[in-house]
Design a protein around this ligand. Structure first.
Ligand code: NAD
Ligand code: MG
Length: 355
């Protein structure tokens, strides 16, 4: 086995995904943690030959020479690691959706140039990846992304005026880091995932749907042109997509109980796009293309941080993002410098709008 051990560089090792990834790697003798990084939290209890708190992730990756990069950093900060892995043709196990949303066009070019692959860790995209099995876009009728609807599903706008960060952080089905949990409450997360799916699977936006499935058992599905629809089911547990991305094309054992079908309720409903405008704003940014998705992401990061700091109301999050999107040019990024500039510009605008 020794020679076949896969060396994993884990970025964002102290986060929700990072912790679960460490458990998955520890339980699998075919996987070895060759490097671990965090933004500011200590890595004392993480056992890896290379460790780094803060600093340049690309430098760490160059030293680590991993077989696979698990990018579990939160936010646009993960962009350099994503582009590095794609350029080098190193497998990219991608949890950090913000980097693909913001830099999708550059990432696609880098992926072709590097000749590697992206193994999605986001549960919906892992589900789609498995249902698609590499099939090309023309065989696909629609991708259907499922979502729980978050803690505020079913509420009216009036019932959202006073919601606190604490209430937004109480997700009904998933335990995740604070940023993505707020994104789940606004439906920005599903919006980011629509753009992520577009760049991962090369399917146009009008053929990517969102449907709510409140118990988070159906992780997404693909409708094919022959009338067949394939769905991916399982308990909501990120160790499954993490394990799949790290062991692909094999399926390793995980400690999960088998799915007990007779105890499940599987209901589907349309999202309330009036009360939760982030979904439509994400689609608008995606359709515009260029750096519009980068601006959407940047404005959302600023607005979520302000909401968590109790400086912005919940309902102001989509306002900040909408006004920022309306104000940016959104011209394509020729290179990473252009992308960084678009991100900076959108953040400055969003901070002004939010103030
Ligand atoms: P988290 O807040 O729990 O953890 C984030 C991690 O990133 C921490 O280890 C932090 O130290 C690190 N980090 C932040 N900035 C960094 C930087 N500049 N350099 C290096 N490390 C940095 O977040 P999370 O919930 O684990 O989410 C991570 C990513 O995975 C996000 O993009 C999220 O959208 C995605 N994701 C998470 C889940 C989930 O269940 N948590 C599910 C799907 C997708
Ligand atoms: Mg997801």
């Amino acid at each position: 086995m020794g020679l076949e051990t896969k060396r994993v560089a884990l970025l964002g090792a102290t986060g929700s995904i990072g912790r679960q990834a460490i458990a998955v790697i520890a339980a699998n003798p075919g996987l070895e943690l060759c490097a671990a990084a965090s933004g500011s939290t200590a890595l004392d209890d993480v056992d890896a030959p290379l460790k780094q708190v803060g600093g340049d992730l690309v430098e760490l990756l160059e030293r680590a020479e991993p077989d696979v990069v698990l990018n579990a950093v939160v936010g646009f900060a993960g962009i350099h690691a994503t582009l590095w892995a794609l350029e080098q043709g190193v497998d990219l196990a991608l949890a950090n959706k913000e980097s693909l949303v913001a830099g999708g066009e550059l990432a696609r070019t880098a992926l072709v140039r590097g000749g590697g692959r992206i193994l999605p860790v986001d549960s919906e995209h892992s589900a789609l990846f498995q249902c698609l099995e590499g099939r090309s876009g023309e065989q696909v009728d629609t991708l259907v992304l499922t979502g729980s609807g978050g803690p505020f599903r079913g509420r009216t706008r009036d019932e959202l005026t006073e919601v606190t960060p604490e209430q937004a952080l109480a997700h009904p089905t998933w335990r995740m880091g604070p940023k993505i949990t707020v994104d789940s409450a606004t439906l920005a997360n599903k919006g980011l995932e629509v753009i992520e799916a577009h760049f991962l699977f090369d399917v146009p936006y009008e053929r990517i749907e969102v449907v709510l499935q409140p118990t988070s058992i159906v992780h997404s599905l693909v409708r094919f042109r022959d009338g067949a629809a394939l769905a991916h089911l399982g308990y909501p547990d990120m160790r499954v997509p993490i394990s799949y991305a790290l062991t692909y094309p094999l399926r390793a054992e995980t400690p999960l109980a088998p799915l007990d079908l007779t105890s499940l309720t599987l209901e589907f409903q349309a999202p309330d796009t009036e009360t939760f405008p982030m979904l439509a704003l994400a689609r608008e940014a995606g359709e515009r293309g260029g750096t519009a998705p980068c601006a959407f992401n940047a404005a959302n990061e600023v607005a979520v941080a302000a909401f968590l700091a109790e400086e912005l109301s919940f309902l102001s999050i989509p306002e900040v993002v909408g006004e920022t999107l309306a104000a940016v040019g959104g011209a394509p990024a020729r290179d990473v410098e252009d992308l960084l500039a678009a991100d900076r510009e959108a953040r400055e605008l969003a901070r002004k709008v939010a103030a």
